[in-house]
Design a protein around this ligand. Structure first.
Ligand SMILES: NC(=O)c1ccc[n+]([C@@H]2O[C@H](COP(=O)([O-])OP(=O)(O)OC[C@H]3O[C@@H](n4cnc5c(N)ncnc54)[C@H](OP(=O)(O)O)[C@@H]3O)[C@@H](O)[C@H]2O)c1
Length: 223
């Protein structure tokens, strides 16, 4: 039984991660912006703790890390993010861009740095970042989406630095693209199937996989 801390469980992939790990009997710390709403939707068992966490609120992140100071966190899942919109060059909104960097990039950094000791003392020792192939420079053939792309390209870069810096402590750090849910890109891919495949990638992770950027199906993606 692993302990998994997930950010951004209010909806989408984060909520699905919480449900799937919970149904396996893992201990889940499901963090979200609105715990009341999440708890109203699900009848979680005693293995799930729902806690409020805005990843941009550094003080609250540090308070939570302190509150959980004796916990071992096997899998830290940085999922919280603003997934769009994907605006054109002309329509790029600088306010939204700053907010995306704050949530998608700096928030993930703050959370990961705050929980290093919890992960280091666990058995599995995995930090995963839910990234996007839109953050891959090599795969960018279609342009637009300056804000989102740069937030995820930055996320890939910090993932790599965490991997190098934490390798001496045997912590495995991964980036994972969840696929394109319910779009033409990965036709028919559901959040349930995506999360199930990402959980497999995470389950197979060890020190040799650290610093790798994966597709949800286990393929390695280019930077
Ligand atoms: N779905 C896809 O096809 C796809 C593809 C590639 C990558 N991704 C990535 O997958 C992750 C999950 O996305 P999703 O598709 O499941 O979208 P989603 O349903 O919008 O989930 C993102 C969650 O993060 C929460 N969030 C936003 N700001 C936050 C903050 N400051 N602190 C904590 N939580 C915050 C959101 O809450 P609110 O909604 O209340 O703001 C939302 O519940 C994101 O990192 C996204 O970039 C998704």
């Amino acid at each position: 039984m692993a302990t998994v801390l997930i950010t951004g469980c209010d909806s989408g992939l984060g909520e699905e991660f919480a449900l799937q790990y919970a149904s396996r009997g893992d201990r889940v710390i499901a963090t979200c912006l609105n715990p009341e709403e999440l708890l109203a939707r699900h009848d979680f068992g005693s293995n799930v703790k729902v806690m409020k966490l805005d990843v941009t609120d550094t003080d609250t992140v540090l308070e939570l890390a302190n509150e959980l100071h004796s916990a071992k966190i096997d899998i830290l899942l940085n999922n919280a993010g603003i997934p769009g919109p994907h605006l054109s060059l002309a329509d790029t909104d600088l306010g939204l861009w700053r907010r995306m960097l704050e949530v998608n990039l700096i928030g993930a950094f703050v959370v990961s740095r705050a929980f290093i000791e919890h992960v280091a003392r666990s058995d599995l020792k995995v930090i995963a970042f839910v990234s996007s192939r839109m953050g891959s420079i090599g795969l960018n053939n279609t342009g637009i989406s300056y804000a989102y792309r740069s937030s995820k390209a930055g996320l890939n870069m910090i993932m790599k630095s965490f991997a190098i810096d934490l390798a001496p402590r045997q912590i495995c750090v991964l980036g994972i693209h969840p696929g394109n849910i319910a779009t033409a890109g990965d036709a028919g891919l559901t959040a349930c199937a995506s999360v199930s495949r990402m959980r497999e990638v995470i389950a197979e992770a060890g020190p040799h996989q650290t610093g790798t950027f994966y597709n949800y199906n286990g393929q390695i993606l280019p930077w």
